[in-house]
Design a protein around this ligand. Structure first.
Ligand code: AMP
Ligand code: MG
Length: 310
């Protein structure tokens, strides 16, 4: 505990100096900088090699901190009460007086926000008086990191500090919902879309228009291990790493289990870690068996589909 406290102090020192650092969250590790500071968020983009056209998510401690920057409505409050803190991000309208750096919103009048539940992230957010812009702590388009080691592998000494919070419990990014106009899900993630729609359908005015928003992180190759990925594979070919979610009788050195029992939560948690291991082991191709498209399987399928794009 003492060690965590001194590490949080260290983290705050860096953040107050407009440096970027990596922080643990329950979804994946984030590359964090003061969301009110152009200097800090520019550093996040630069280190991540992320195009400026792809906006960042601002992380808050609670709704009270958020109210200064964003417009909120009943739908937001209902979702917030049910799912936050947790793996869901909301696209909201910015208030005129918002202090959020224009760089993280790509000069638009909307911003994506989230309230992470990881205890260390919460401790940190509680102690600072600004939100943290924190995209996943990986070089743009590659696999998100789920441990301190993954982050160090991505950035090496270029990154000054990683707040170590163990391995990320969920292991996949947040669900993003756009609440401007008719609510619509922009990215599948830690919370199943059906649960979200079930909660808000009763509230929503059916006449609201769906406003189209472009989400760069969902439109092209993303979450990529950098080698070809073959989906719904019933068997593996020679030299292919074969990612499985259910134990097979046959032993094969090329089998990599993300679960042995078909447990989707466990599979989500192990997916990115396993993709990294496969790559490190020198495989040139990956096959993945069919993943049921239920619960968090929806987000797993979304990520592996993008990983398989050329
Ligand atoms: P990452 O930061 O890597 O977790 O990815 C965040 C995702 O949120 C990206 O796909 C962004 O395009 C998306 N995003 C962030 N801010 C906005 C916004 N204001 N409107 C729409 N999408 C956003
Ligand atoms: Mg990312």
């Amino acid at each position: 505990m003492k060690k965590n406290d001194s590490n949080i102090k260290k983290a705050i020192k860096y953040l107050n100096n407009n440096e970027c650092i990596a922080i643990p969250t329950e979804t994946v590790y984030g590359l964090a900088g003061n969301a009110y500071s152009d200097k800090a968020v520019s550093r996040v983009y630069k280190l991540k090699k992320r195009p400026r056209s792809n906006p960042l998510i601002a992380h808050y401690y609670s709704i009270n901190n958020l109210k200064k920057d964003c417009e909120i409505d009943n739908t937001f409050i209902k979702l917030y009460k049910k799912f936050c803190p947790g793996p869901i991000s909301f696209v909201l309208k910015l208030k005129k007086k918002s202090r959020i750096s224009k760089i993280i919103t790509n000069n638009s009048n909307s911003v994506a926000v989230r309230f992470p539940s990881h205890p260390l992230a919460r401790k940190l957010l509680k102690k600072i008086n600004y939100p943290l812009a924190a995209p996943s702590a990986n070089i743009s388009t590659s696999i998100s990191p789920v441990s301190k080691k993954d982050v160090v592998d991505e950035f090496g000494p270029k990154l000054k500090f990683v707040l170590d919070g163990g391995s990320s419990k969920i292991g996949l990014e947040s669900t993003i919902i756009n609440l401007i106009g008719k609510p619509n899900i922009l990215r599948f993630g830690g919370i199943n879309s059906k649960l979200i729609y079930k909660l808000i359908n009763s509230l929503e005015n059916k006449k609201k228009k769906k406003i189209k928003i472009k989400v760069p992180g969902t439109s092209k190759l993303h979450y990529s291990p950098g080698i070809p990925v073959r989906l719904n594979a019933k068997k593996n070919y020679q030299n292919e790493a074969y990612i499985l979610i259910k134990k097979r009788k046959k032993l094969d050195k090329n089998y990599f289990y993300i679960s042995r029992t078909g447990n989707l939560k466990q599979a989500a948690k192990n997916l990115y870690k396993t993709l990294r291991i496969v790559k490190k082991n020198g495989y040139k191709k990956i096959a993945i068996e069919k993943i049921p498209n239920i619960n968090i399987g929806e987000a797993i399928n979304d990520r592996i589909l993008r990983a398989s794009k050329k």
